[in-house]
Ligand binder design. Structure first.
Ligand SMILES: NC(=O)c1ccc[n+]([C@@H]2O[C@H](COP(=O)([O-])OP(=O)(O)OC[C@H]3O[C@@H](n4cnc5c(N)ncnc54)[C@H](OP(=O)(O)O)[C@@H]3O)[C@@H](O)[C@H]2O)c1
Length: 309
């Protein structure tokens, strides 16, 4: 079985390496010189290699599990050194779509293999045999792809992917991923819950109750939605919830809301979002957002509730 070199040891890489280890799939972890992660990886009994060393280039398959904004520098530094035909796997289509690596490094086989779960869940779902899926693209490989596909399927199984591996393109994966983050997962869900928590507490509702209603129950409802599907979910909810759902739907999901939602996708597709990203200092933004939440009553309640036995 062809060995995989996992580059980085962050959110995704930790889960990938632990799952592959438990499934006996051959891999090693490549880290930047001086990385503080060397000790952790060695402690876990995994093989390590230094990025850029002679040994680093001896494999035939690599997955770039470092932050997307680091991929350009990585490819500039090492892209030309990899042997012709080396597989470079991307867990997200973003960096290749933006930087057109397939044009700058045509001697490499650029493959999308995106696992559709956050790192912590890749590990958690693997352990609990829960369901998660992946998408892939071999659009930049000319000729025979059957061996790559077979190897990827074995690797997907070793990672715990059990909801299927579906064909897409780098561009489609990038657009769908960015849109789901902007329109729902990382915006509407946390911020609507945050607003509702504030309204409830200001109205005199106990913070613990408000937390359970708008934050913790989100997870339980999401599990029911995913397990039952939309029809089964709406069959399941109580009459009060059904009538309330219709009321909230009509009041909140207005034509203006729908149009704003759609505009997020348009701005991903016409490159406006990429330009905004270019002009944003991500670390400063992370500090601003952290400051917004760190001392919030919702965060305080979250900490209190989760420190209890
Ligand atoms: N976060 C998620 O769960 C998630 C979900 C879906 C898709 N993805 C995709 O998965 C990929 C990895 O994301 P991630 O969130 O797992 O990354 P991450 O946690 O931010 O990656 C951190 C790791 O990258 C290493 N690293 C950082 N800069 C580096 C550089 N310049 N050269 C070499 N190594 C460097 C760090 O090294 P040190 O250990 O030395 O600090 C660390 O091990 C991305 O393509 C992302 O879009 C992530």
């Amino acid at each position: 079985m062809m060995r995989l070199t996992i580059i980085g040891f962050g959110n995704q890489a930790k889960a990938w390496s632990q799952n592959l280890k438990d499934s006996d799939f051959p891999f090693r972890v490549a880290l930047q010189p001086g990385s503080a992660s060397f000790d952790k990886v060695i402690e876990l009994g995994m093989e390590t290699v230094e990025i850029g060393s002679k040994e680093f280039f001896e494999d035939q398959a690599y997955v770039l599990l470092t932050p997307d904004h680091t991929h350009h520098t990585f490819m500039t530094d090492y892209g030309q050194i990899f042997q012709a035909g080396t597989l470079i796997l991307y867990n997200h289509g973003f960096s290749l779509t933006k930087n057109k690596f397939q044009e700058h490094y045509p001697h490499l086989k650029h493959v999308l293999f995106a696992v559709k779960a956050i790192g912590s869940e890749i590990r958690q779902q693997y352990l609990s045999k829960g369901k998660f899926g992946a998408v892939y693209s071999l659009e930049f490989i000319s000729g025979e792809t059957i061996h790559i596909e077979k190897w990827m399927k074995t690797m997907a199984t070793a990672l715990g992917v059990n909801l299927g591996m579906f064909k897409t393109t780098f561009e489609h994966e990038t657009q769908a991923d960015l849109y789901s983050e902007q329109g729902l997962l990382c915006s509407v869900i946390p911020y609507t819950a945050g607003e509702m928590f504030r309204h409830l507490v200001e109205a005199g509702i106990e913070p613990e109750l408000a937390y359970l209603e708008v934050w913790h129950e989100m997870k339980l409802i999401a599990i029911a939605m995913v397990d039952k599907g939309p029809e089964g979910f709406f069959d399941l909810i109580s009459p009060n919830a059904l009538v309330g759902s219709e009321k909230g739907f009509e009041r909140l999901i207005t034509p203006e809301y729908k149009s704003n939602l759609k505009s997020l996708l348009t701005e991903i597709q016409n490159n406006k979002f990429n330009e905004e990203l270019e002009n944003t200092n991500v670390e400063d933004l992370r500090k601003t957002i952290r400051a917004r939440w760190v001392d919030s009553p919702l965060m305080k309640t979250f900490k209190d509730m989760n420190s209890k036995e």
